[in-house]
Design a protein around this ligand. Sequence first.
Ligand code: GRF
Length: 182
Amino acid sequence: MIGVLVSGRGSNLQALIDQGLPIEAVASNAAGAGALLRAGLAGIPTAVFPLEDYSTREERDLAMADWLGEHAVELVVCAGYMHLLTPGFLQRFTAINVHPSLLPAFPGTTPIEDALEAGVAETGVTVHFVDEGVDSGPVIFQESVAIEPGDTPESLRERVHEVEHRLLPEAARLYLAGALRS
Ligand code: GRF
């Protein structure tokens, strides 16, 4: 069973839903995340754990871990979740993340813009196990996406998303099938 963490519009969550993966719970740090609406439409339980409601990040993550545990989650999928996970959380759950670059190139919050600015010929998508670092952890899949002349952040992001929507569900499916171990 999968628990998905989201912060944004949730196109990767939608891909997981559309591919029929067993999602039992969707949690967010942000009450306004569009992804929560997608989960609601799919009938998946949601909860919001804003950092401001807790005295520490660890406390927030433990509350989130307890809630996911109540929903029988065995794998956590970060699908556009924009906070780091603390060690206590990662001791409870294996987590995977999708990132729109060929890590270790362009970690952080603006990888599409950073790749365009760097003038590289290609960027891509990485799906990886989550550890305590920023966009670090063992790589599961990587696939490159060519940067075309005249690409804007929007046009490049669209092609990158297509790859994300294929690789992230595939990694989750393989993990649940026992074919991937962290
Ligand atoms: C994706 O590009 C993901 O790789 C990054 O944040 C974006 C989230 O998009 N971490 P969405 O919310 O799944 O549409």
